[in-house]
Design a protein around this ligand. Structure first.
Ligand code: HEC
Ligand code: HEC
Length: 385
């Protein structure tokens, strides 16, 4: 599991605390936590942010609960951080599913390919053009111009934390970041390469790439393949993670959030945003209809285009809200310019609620605390051959 040693020490500490709490609270708290975890366990991949929750505070509580007398019932009231931990989570350092191992050679090749403009037909458009890593992986455009300036129909989501998601793209049509990486290079309005073979031919002509593929895929008869290109980009993408102040708060640092941010978090939980925006990535764990309560005007069929299932019309992947204050404009169509407007529309279309301006303001302030720290070394543009 991706959280590795770093996560397990922390988790056992808070599990001990929650264990003690549950002991006192009895069935009531168990019901609360079980309710909080509901909804996403099936849809999560091995690397999904729900992983930490899968182990379940409740089962841990049983282990910690042996032979101690019940405490006072007042302790049933969970703190804000405990409530948040039940549905959200500390971001793991990397998105590595069970049994998956990234190597430095794969990561370094993946980084080069991420910045490589020659993967496009005009030699100029790289992954970083539409997902600039120094700008939280989003280009600030409603929809992104490709190699000939033509724009697609959808907003470019961030590449940070994407590897944790249940699937890739707004409609989930690729299962992971490896499968995803194959698409934009050949997409006629994105990078526009005519064929996989054309991509491989270009790479074969650059000795540094031939060596880098051999180093990344040692022992393979033909290291330079389109499949391996996708694996290398995926290895790099799995390390695009930005821990934030919110993680410190979840870990128990009460002072990591301001009073206004905490008020926003409380509203975020109370209003019902976490029925959909869950897990360590605060989204990315499930698909939901856009316009569940009040229809949202869009022509985009969403997940219907992937499954052909009428119930999937206007269904999209619930996006991660990490760094959301820095990835405007919003929604799959990029038509929502500001974060306050996005929050207002969410409450209306998804929950049937009209939030007061003060409530929107507090939620927006909380969401800004999800802006993380970019690892400038990991994400620096490498020297290209
Ligand atoms: C011309 C702009 C453009 C380029 C170049 C581009 N992308 Fe994207 N990317 C997009 C758009 C637009 C989407 C959303 C498309 C959709 O959902 O249908 C997307 C989606 C993604 C996603 C899914 C994220 C999520 O939350 O679902 C990942 C990961 C990603 N791109 C990585 C890459 C990589 C890696 C490259 C280089 C091989 C790349 N992109 C090149 C525009 C671009
Ligand atoms: C019923 C599920 C659901 C609920 C409840 C919900 N959301 Fe969303 N949220 C979504 C979906 C689905 C999208 C993607 C919309 C799209 O495809 O355009 C989204 C998008 C967003 C976005 C835009 C992110 C981006 O990168 O474009 C923000 C911000 C957001 N939600 C915040 C909230 C807040 C705040 C609440 C509570 C007031 C909330 N959401 C409640 C499902 C939900």
């Amino acid at each position: 599991m991706a959280s590795g040693e770093r996560g397990s020490a922390r988790r056992s500490a808070w599990h001990a605390a929650v264990g003690a709490l549950l002991l006192g609270a009895g069935g009531l708290a168990l019901v609360f936590l079980a309710g909080g975890c509901g909804g996403s366990e099936e849809g999560s991949t091995a690397a999904a942010p729900g992983g930490a929750r899968k182990e379940g505070p409740a089962s841990e509580a049983k282990a910690g609960g042996t032979g101690r007398p019940p405490a006072t019932p007042q302790r049933a009231e969970p703190s804000l951080a405990e409530r948040a931990r039940a549905v959200l989570g500390v971001i793991p350092p990397v998105a590595e599913p069970e049994g998956y191992e990234r190597t430095p050679a794969k990561i370094s090749l993946g980084r080069m390919l991420y910045f490589e403009g020659r993967l496009s037909v005009n030699g100029k458009i790289s992954c970083n053009s539409c997902h600039p890593l120094d700008r939280f992986g989003a280009d600030g455009e409603p929809t992104s111009p490709g190699h000939d300036g033509t724009r697609g129909e959808r907003n470019s989501p961030s590449t940070y934390h994407a590897a944790f998601h249940v699937a890739q793209f707004w409609d989930g049509r690729a299962k992971d970041v490896e499968e995803q990486a194959k698409a934009p290079i050949l997409n006629p309005i994105e990078m526009g390469m005519p064929s996989e073979e054309a991509v491989l031919e270009m790479l074969r002509g650059i000795p540094t790439y031939v060596e880098a593929f051999a180093a990344a895929f040692p022992g393979e008869a033909t290291p330079l393949t389109y499949e391996n290109l996708a694996i290398a980009i995926g290895a790099f993408a799995r390390g695009l993670v930005t821990p934030s102040r919110f993680d410190l708060f979840l870990e128990g640092d009460e002072g990591a959030l301001t009073a206004h941010e905490k008020e926003g978090l409380r509203l975020f939980l109370d209003v019902g945003c976490t029925t959909c925006h869950q897990g360590a990535t605060i989204g990315g764990t499930m698909f939901q209809k856009l316009g569940v309560v009040h229809p949202y005007p869009t022509e985009d069929p969403g997940r219907f285009a992937v499954t052909g299932n009428e119930a999937d019309r206007f269904v999209f992947k619930v996006p991660s809200l990490r760094n959301v204050a820095r990835t405007a404009p919003y929604f799959h169509d990029g038509k929502v310019a500001t974060l306050p407007e996005a929050v207002r529309l969410m409450a209306w279309h998804q929950l049937g609620k009209e939030l007061e301006p003060g409530e929107i303001d507090a939620i927006v302030t909380f969401l800004a605390s999800l802006t993380g720290t970019i690892d400038r070394v990991y994400t620096a543009k490498p020297e290209l051959p």
